[in-house]
Design a protein around this ligand. Structure first.
Ligand code: HEC
Length: 311
């Protein structure tokens, strides 16, 4: 008689307990490890980052690697390549250093293209695409600060023309000596990219500062018909710099006619005036498919030097 209601009471109590136990503390977070009946090696003592340690005397759980430790794949034994210096294992220092004078990577058309690409991204905002230093950031800082503004120097000065490639490299990586230009090693992480930029700066310098002695007489080309103004692929739009000479018409490795120094910064902006070069003869390109370009044609520009030397 008593048993029935008693059982059902106990039964529902049991069900209730089971429900509470099963639903547990879902949704609540806890720093305590869960109940783990057979821990094996699932749970081990360890330090979490930045936690205090009572074991080490300096109280830090995070340990410094021993001095001289090199991460895999990050050994920088080649100081020329990584620092731009002769025999120096202090990459950052600018004191008492001998910068290398010769590019430590092979100079290929690919390198030059990569250099132009990286230069236009990382350097042109200040140094300008033509290297004269009138980039947008520089102009803006002159607007804001007037004479106080620190201007990027032109790459077409004698001083920077003679600056060893290693020092240009070092400026890219660690900034200028005075610190007014910050280093770009964290943005341009690949050393080959930094060297590609150096190579491209040398080409920029050549594009503006060519001397008459650098002029290489073009080989006579077979007679061809003149082309109407800029209608075919031969015409090179102003503003695209020396590289186009190499791409359009001259096989890689072959010497193209050097462009005499232009009176204006020819590759400044896409809107730049075509270089009116009265002294320049129509370009006789050595490639058989190429045709001469009429010199004063608007938007056309004589082919620029394809041969780039870095010392
Ligand atoms: C934010 C603007 C800015 C950018 C971007 C910039 N520069 Fe500069 N650069 C300057 C200024 C300003 C100076 C002048 C610094 C000085 O006088 O110390 C300078 C100076 C230099 C110099 C001459 C250093 C010397 O010792 O006289 C070189 C070479 C140079 N930059 C190369 C580069 C290259 C290559 C890049 C691209 C990777 C680059 N800069 C990007 C602003 C910039």
């Amino acid at each position: 008689m008593f048993t029935r209601p008693g059982l059902s009471f106990l039964g529902s109590l049991g069900l209730l307990t089971l429900a509470v136990v099963l639903s547990g503390c879902r949704g609540n977070t806890s720093r305590e490890p869960p109940v783990h009946l057979n821990p094996n090696m699932d749970i081990q003592d360890k330090y979490k980052p930045y936690r205090k340690s009572t074991f080490f005397t300096d109280g830090r759980s995070m340990r410094k690697p021993p001095t001289g430790t090199v991460a895999r794949g990050q050994l920088r034994a080649n100081t020329s390549l990584h620092c731009g210096k002769e025999n120096s294992n202090d990459c950052a220092s600018k004191d008492n250093v001998t910068y290398i004078e010769k590019l430590p990577i092979p100079l290929t058309l690919e390198t030059m293209k990569r250099g132009r690409d990286r230069y236009n991204i990382y350097c042109a905002p200040c140094h300008a695409k033509d290297g004269f230093g009138g980039g947008k950031v520089a102009l803006r800082s002159m607007d804001l600060e007037g004479v106080q503004a620190i201007k990027p120097p032109t790459f077409h000065s004698t001083r920077l023309g003679k600056m060893p490639v290693g020092e240009i490299y070092h400026t890219i990586a660690y900034g200028s000596k005075s610190g007014a230009m910050y280093g770009y090693r964290h943005q341009i992480t690949d050393v080959n990219d930094r060297w590609a930029i150096v190579a491209y700066i040398r080409a920029l310098q050549r594009s503006q500062d060519a001397s008459a002695s650098m002029y290489v007489k073009p080989k006579p080309a077979p007679p061809v018909e003149p082309v109407p103004t800029g209608t075919d692929g031969v015409a090179i739009p102003a503003g695209d710099g020396a590289m186009n000479g190499a791409e359009g018409g001259t096989p890689e490795g072959q010497t193209a006619p050097a462009k005499p120094a232009a009176p204006t910064p020819a590759n400044a902006a896409p809107a730049a005036q075509p270089v009116a070069a009265p002294a320049v003869k129509p370009v006789a390109a050595p490639a058989p498919a190429a045709k001469p370009v009429a010199a004063p044609a608007p938007a056309a520009k004589p082919a620029a030097p394809a041969k780039i030397e870095t010392k």
